[in-house]
Design a protein. Structure first.
Length: 317
């Protein structure tokens, strides 16, 4: 019995040590930045995590890239006839990507030639459809949760507004009259977060999915906000924030605002010359993926967030 008790004590000790090690590794991981791409000569931007959390779409030098998050294998996607790809966004079923792009092949004057177009591409066949022929700039698409609509920014004659494309009706409807950009559909499909302002200061706003009931969620005239996105539970909107351009900003950070009461939380503290931009939240809500601009290059990065006890994470070299 003494031998058995001794062995049992050893086993229990090993279990305790292992449990502590796992806890510390998880805790350490939640308080540090992880670089998903590390290429000092690349500019990796605009990440978007697939609905199943397995794949990351992003843009490198205006080309579409897919990163397998488990194996870290990288694949370049080259749809025929398109160039200048930006702002990829996954369809809810994970089978398609919406993004903005230029047509690389010549068209007739009255066709698709000019402008930045909203594209929807099937990932298996790489066949794509242009939703916005014309001469406007159409960018930053966001899918409705049911996959039936796309909200996006349309810029025409220097004015930006938010439009919604209906796949069933095959028509586009403008839903904002004031200047607005960067829409992000809420997980329940009832609300759209976007960037707008009463003056020239870009702040975080909300509106109903039909374009009604526009109201500010987070306002600060001394700072500029951009690129909102939702946590999967719909409780927080994550966005980027920096001091106003007129004041000469030297860094940009990630923030989150709680929808229920408008309280804002700082997620990152970047060192001077670092810019955290274009965030998206992982499918399980535990991580925020974003592009981190460092000098002349940028990398896709990830931080883990405890939404019950939000702490700002210092990003340093």
């Amino acid at each position: 019995m003494k031998v058995s008790a001794s062995r049992l004590a050893v086993v229990i000790s090993l279990i305790v040590v292992f449990s502590i090690a796992v806890f510390l590794s998880i805790r350490g991981r939640s308080e540090s930045v992880e670089f998903l791409t590390e290429h000092t000569k690349a500019i990796d931007m605009q990440p978007s995590v697939s609905p199943d959390g397995k794949t990351l779409a992003f843009v490198r030098f205006r080309e579409l890239m897919l990163l397998d998050l488990s194996s870290r294998k990288l694949k370049k996607v080259e749809p025929d006839g398109l160039t200048g790809i930006a702002h990829p966004s996954w369809s809810p079923d994970g089978e398609k990507l919406a993004f903005s792009a230029l047509h690389s092949k010549p068209f007739h004057y009255d066709d698709l030639s000019s402008g930045v177009h909203l594209i929807v591409m099937d990932l298996k066949t790489l066949k794509w459809e242009c939703l916005t022929p014309g001469f406007d700039f159409n960018t930053r698409p966001s899918w409705s949760p049911d996959g039936k609509k796309l909200a996006f920014t349309k810029s025409s004659k220097g004015a930006a507004s938010i439009c919604i494309y209906d796949f069933q009706r095959k028509e586009t409807k403008r839903v904002t009259s004031q200047w607005a950009r960067s829409p992000a559909w809420s997980p329940d499909g009832k609300t759209i977060a976007f960037i707008s302002g009463k003056g020239n200061s870009p702040d975080v706003w909300l509106m109903d999915a039909d374009g009604r009931n526009l109201r500010p969620l987070f306002e600060d005239e001394s700072t500029d906000e951009d690129i909102p996105c939702w946590t999967p539970d719909g409780k927080f909107v994550v966005f980027t924030r920096q001091i106003a351009l007129s004041a000469g900003p030297q860094r940009r950070d990630l923030w989150a605002v709680r929808v229920s009461d408008g309280k804002a939380f700082q997620l990152t503290e970047c060192q001077k010359g670092w810019w955290a931009i274009a965030p998206c939240v992982s499918h399980h809500g535990k991580a925020v993926v974003f592009a981190l601009r460092r000098g002349d290059h940028s990398v896709i990065s990830r931080i883990f967030v405890d939404w019950n006890e939000i702490k700002s994470q210092k990003l340093r070299q």
